[in-house]
Ligand binder design. Structure first.
Ligand code: ARG
Length: 249
């Protein structure tokens, strides 16, 4: 009788020791460069909010993962992931073969493409029309790559900025003739800044891009959880609810 009781006590003690060691007990950090509304921006409390933050929170709810969004500069985001400063990068990141060499991506969670932003009166109607014009991009983004593919990696006309917001501000100030950026982000800017008097130009050559959530290469355990969560929020309609909140029906 006595030994049975002490056995139970021992089992309870063991369970207590083991419990905190499970994966759900730790907090994961997800980096996002928060000048990219509606995907990521800072609210007044300086918390990262937006589509990506909602998706990450919904994945957390489904999987039990405790994930905290942290504002992380775009330049250095991938390095922060690789050196362990953050566990996840969730920053409207386009999955590209090049990036897949150094990071692992979740299933795609958003379809995008590039668009050209120009002043309302501009005659620019295609990428070809940008020849010889000063073009603003966010450094190292797919907008930068599209510009490099068209005008060469070393073209002095490609002006690189830390954020798309800074590039668009320079266009507003007259220092650029165009900006190339992700469609949903530049559309959001035009909607919120009618005074800027910009219009958007599509080009037949712009390819479809897909955003993915990145983890360190080989971090299969975390990636599987993220994919499981993404699958679950797509299946139960919570993905759609978040989508509608930012982009309408
Ligand atoms: N989708 C583009 C890319 O992956 C731009 C992403 C920029 N994201 C951001 N939060 N600033 O290159």
């Amino acid at each position: 009788m006595k030994s049975a009781r002490s056995l139970i006590a021992t089992l309870i003690a063991c369970a207590c020791v083991i419990a905190p060691a499970t994966a759900s007990a730790r907090t994961y950090t997800a980096g996002a460069e928060a000048t990219f509304a509606p995907f990521e921006s800072l609210n007044q409390k300086r918390e990262v909010v937006g589509f990506d933050a909602d998706i990450i929170a919904a994945i957390g709810k489904k999987t039990g993962l405790d994930i905290k969004m942290v504002n992380t500069p775009w330049e250095g985001l991938f390095m922060s992931l690789n050196n362990g400063d953050i566990d996840i990068a969730a920053s409207a990141i386009t999955i590209t073969p090049d990036r897949q060499k150094t990071m692992d991506f979740s299933q795609p969670y958003f379809e995008a493409q590039q668009l050209i932003v120009v002043p309302e009166g501009s005659k620019i109607a295609s990428m070809a029309d940008l020849k010889g014009k000063k073009i603003g991009v966010q450094t190292g983004t797919t907008g930068d790559i599209v510009a490099q593919d068209a005008f060469g990696k070393t073209s002095p006309n490609i002006r690189r900025y830390e954020s798309i917001t800074l590039a668009v501000q320079e266009l507003r100030d007259g220092g650029l003739q165009a900006v190339i950026g992700d469609n949903a982000v530049v559309k959001n800017y035009l909607k919120n800044n009618p005074g800027a008097k910009f219009k958007l130009v599509d080009d037949k050559g712009f390819k479809k891009e897909y955003y993915g959530i990145a983890v360190r290469k080989g971090n299969k355990q975390l990636l599987d959880q993220i994919n499981k969560g993404l699958g679950a929020i797509k299946a139960d309609g919570s993905y759609q609810t978040i989508y509608n909140k930012y982009f309408g029906k």
